[in-house]
Design a protein around this ligand. Structure first.
Ligand code: UD1
Length: 373
């Protein structure tokens, strides 16, 4: 069985790493990897391949940045001849980025079976580009691999036949488990001079809704400033946000410069291992990312989600996540509360045990046996 996996952006790399590792251990499987090139900076791409021991891609489509339409179209145009020449039995797509939807569309039109990992998540907010990618990818995929029970119910409500939906758990947690010895040994604390700081918070912001409108970004930064009077807030900055922070009242950390005792402290985007290490010891995390809500759930770190909704409700019911929006007083109150009340170590959501990839590969191989019979 030939499985062609498609990745494009930072969170995709984390999700595919444990799946590729699992497939490498199955002699019945031949694995081909395509990188669309949606993310291309060393910090956003190569560094993740290295940290997660992902083999070099067999194909790099080098699509780069662009509008949603252009980026999606470029992935489709450039992937089509690759699928025609490789002729895989299955195309595996992960997550909800533009590359995910583009690859699923090309594959399904060539009559290739499509597996979607992280299917069924819904924020019910169609102003998010990821929500459109999720809805459309799920509508055309054959095998829908769900990370949490809400996703299974969402797909049932949308009329997807139950035999196409597989509740397998969360591959992000597989990646976290597999790399634990590496991120536990990260030098990020020494590098940032954090050893001398008793407590710190971590911030990430990159959703268009939060960073593209200067007023909204200023409002969020204003609230973070108040929190940063109590603990330094370390903010590794996604490249699309860097320019928008120019002129803002934040400290940019230079090389070999230690984190100050207070304030919003910006660094370049961090690699996977350093970032997970930073999150693992944070007193509080404030974020608009999806994956970080999941990682904090397992790491037992309080997470405040700076959005009005989450497509990952299990992180609220079983984890440390609180969805708080972006109102100034809400951010300040929730962060100060989290600092004053460290959470009890939570239990893990169902099947977030580090073995989701094995279940996915078993399902793919099981279905192949059925077809052969
Ligand atoms: C994409 C995903 C988002 C995911 C995020 C993780 C979509 C619709 N969005 O958002 O769901 O949470 O990745 O990071 O697919 N840029 C660089 N270097 C890079 C990549 C991007 O400088 O290596 C800059 C460019 O200015 C680019 C901008 O970031 O225009 C946006 O990149 P893009 O891939 O379109 O979306 P993300 O915001 O990264």
């Amino acid at each position: 069985m030939k499985v062609l996996s498609v990745v494009g952006a930072r969170p995709n790399f984390v999700k595919i790493a444990p799946l590729l590792r699992e497939m490498a251990g199955r002699p019945q499987l031949q694995s081909v990897l395509v990188h669309t090139g949606q993310h291309y900076d060393a910090r956003m791409s190569d560094g993740f391949f290295e940290a997660l021991a992902i083999p070099a891609p067999d194909f790099n489509l080098a699509v780069g940045s662009g509008s949603h339409a252009r980026q999606t179209a470029e992935v489709m145009t450039r992937l089509e001849p690759v699928l025609e020449s490789v002729r895989p039995d299955v195309v595996l797509v992960v997550g909800d980025v533009n590359s995910t939807l583009a690859a699923a569309l090309v594959a399904v039109k060539q009559g290739i079976r499509v597996g979607h990992v992280e299917a069924g998540l819904r924020s019910f907010d169609r102003s998010m580009p990821e929500e459109i990618n999720r809805l459309a990818t799920d509508a055309i995929s054959d095998d829908l691999f769900a990370s949490e029970e809400s996703a299974v119910s969402n797909l049932a409500r949308e009329g997807v036949p139950a035999e196409r939906v597989h509740f397998v758990g969360n591959v992000m947690i597989d990646a976290l488990r597999l790399t634990r010895p590496l991120w536990e040994a990260s030098r990020v604390f020494a590098d940032l001079g954090l050893d001398r700081i008793r407590r710190y918070g971590t911030v990430t912001l990159h959703r268009p809704a939060n960073v593209d409108d200067p007023r909204r970004l200023r409002q969020i930064l204003g609230a973070l400033h108040e929190v940063a009077r109590h603990v330094p807030l370390i903010f590794p900055v996604h490249p699309r946000v860097r320019e928008r922070l120019m002129g803002a009242d934040v400290t940019w950390l230079g090389a070999a410069q230690p984190v100050p005792e207070r304030g919003i402290v910006c660094t370049d985007a961090l690699g996977y291992l350093d970032f997970v290490a930073l999150v693992s010891r944070a007193a509080v995390v404030l974020t608009d990312s999806g994956g970080i809500q999941e990682e904090t759930t397992i790491l037992g770190v309080p997470c405040l989600t700076l959005r009005e909704n989450t497509e990952r409700p299990v992180t609220v019911t079983h984890g440390t996540n609180r969805v708080i929006g972006v109102a100034r007083s809400r951010i300040i109150d929730a962060a100060l509360f989290a600092l004053a009340h460290p959470p009890a170590k939570p239990g893990a959501p169902p099947l977030w045990d580090g073995y989701a990839s094995a279940r996915i590969v078993d399902t793919l191989l099981g279905a192949a046996v059925e077809v052969a019979a």
